[in-house]
Ligand binder design. Structure first.
Ligand SMILES: NC(=O)c1ccc[n+]([C@@H]2O[C@H](COP(=O)([O-])OP(=O)(O)OC[C@H]3O[C@@H](n4cnc5c(N)ncnc54)[C@H](OP(=O)(O)O)[C@@H]3O)[C@@H](O)[C@H]2O)c1
Length: 248
C-alpha cells in the first residue's frame, strides 16, 4: 500500500520539488494548485518522470476547496498519510529590502497582515483540522508545516543572529503563529502515531525567495521530505532545517 501525500502549493517552487522527491521515494504525491492549468502542467511534468502524481484545485482561503480535498482523499484512499502544508506567500518584498526600513513593523497595512495570515496561518489550521480524521486513519500520519527561520522569536530577539536585522512583520509573525500551531497540535497528538513538525527550507531560489538565494529548489525541499518520511522514532513538535533543530 503506497503512502499518499497532499502537498499544498505544489504547482511550483519548493512544493513541486517536494512532490517530486516524495514521488521518487515511492509516495503518491497529490498536489494542491489554486490554478487548474498550473496543476495539470505540474502533474504532467511529474508523470513524465514516472511519478504517479495527481492534483486537486486548492486555494487556502476556500472552505469549498478544503471540503473538496477531504472528499478526494476520503473517496479515493479512505485515508491520508502525509500532509505538507507548503502553500504560502510573502507580501513585503525580499528579506534584504526590509533591512533598515523605518516602518517595517508599524507601517504594515491591515490588508497585508490579513492576506498573509489567511494563507500562511488560517488556511493551514483549517485544512489540517479538516483532514485530521483522514490522517488518523493512516498507520503513521505525518504533518509538515512549511515555516521559516523568520518565525523564530528566539533568533529575532538575538542581536547576534543573522536574521536579526530582517524584519518582515506580517510574514514573520504568520510563521511564528504557524510554529505555535505545530507545538499545540503535536501536544494534542503526542500519544498517537501522528508526527507534526515545522520545516525551515532554507533561503531558496523561488519566486518567493528571489534569484539571489543560495539554495536550489532541490535542496529547499529536503527538510520537508525528511519530516514527511520520519520513522516512528522521529521528532514531533519541533522546527527543523536539514536535520538540525532550530529554536522557536
Ligand atoms: N523560498 C524561500 O527562501 C523560503 C524560505 C523559508 C520558507 N519558505 C516557505 O516555503 C513555502 C513554499 O515557498 P516557495 O519559496 O516555494 O514559494 P513560491 O515559489 O512563491 O510558491 C508558493 C506556492 O504557494 C502557492 N500559494 C500561495 N498563496 C496561496 C494560497 N492563498 N492558496 C493556495 N496556494 C497558495 C502558490 O500558488 P500560485 O502558483 O497559484 O501562486 C505556489 O504554488 C512557503 O510556505 C514559504 O513561506 C520559503
Amino acid at each position: 500500500m503506497s503512502t499518499v501525500a497532499f502537498i499544498t502549493g505544489g504547482n511550483r517552487g519548493i512544493g513541486l520539488e517536494t512532490a517530486r522527491q516524495l514521488g521518487k521515494e515511492g509516495v503518491i504525491p497529490v498536489i494542491g494548485s489554486r490554478d487548474a492549468e498550473a496543476g495539470r502542467q505540474a502533474v504532467a511534468e511529474l508523470q513524465a518522470e514516472g511519478i504517479p502524481a495527481d492534483f486537486i484545485v486548492f486555494e487556502a482561503s476556500s472552505t469549498a476547496d478544503r471540503d473538496a480535498a477531504y472528499a478526494y482523499f476520503s473517496d479515493k484512499y479512505g485515508r491520508l498519510d502525509v500532509l505538507v502544508n507548503n502553500a504560502g506567500l510573502g507580501l513585503e518584498g525580499q528579506p534584504a529590502e526590509s533591512i533598515g526600513r523605518a516602518d517595517a513593523t508599524s507601517g504594515v497595512s491591515e490588508e497585508t497582515l490579513r492576506q498573509t495570515f489567511e494563507a500562511n496561518f488560517f488556511g493551514v489550521v483549517l485544512l489540517t483540522q479538516k483532514l485530521l480524521p483522514l490522517l488518523k486513519k493512516s498507520q503513521a500520519g505525518r504533518i509538515v508545516n512549511v515555516s521559516s527561520v523568520l518565525g523564530s522569536l528566539t533568533l529575532h530577539s538575538d542581536p547576534e543572529a543573522s536574521i536579526y536585522p530582517i524584519k518582515m512583520f506580517a510574514y514573520d509573525t504568520s510563521k511564528t503563529a504557524l510554529n505555535a500551531f505545530t507545538v499545540h497540535l503535536a501536544h494534542e497528538l503526542k500519544d498517537t502515531t501522528i508526527k507534526v513538525n515545522s520545516a525551515h527550507p532554507g533561503w531558496v531560489q523561488t519566486r518567493l525567495g528571489g534569484s539571489v538565494a543560495p539554495l536550489t529548489e532541490a535542496d529547499g525541499a529536503k527538510t520537508s521530505v525528511q519530516l514527511a518520511t520520519v520513522g516512528a522514532d522521529g521528532p514531533t513538535g519541533q522546527l527543523h532545517h536539514l536535520g538540525q533543530v532550530l529554536p522557536w
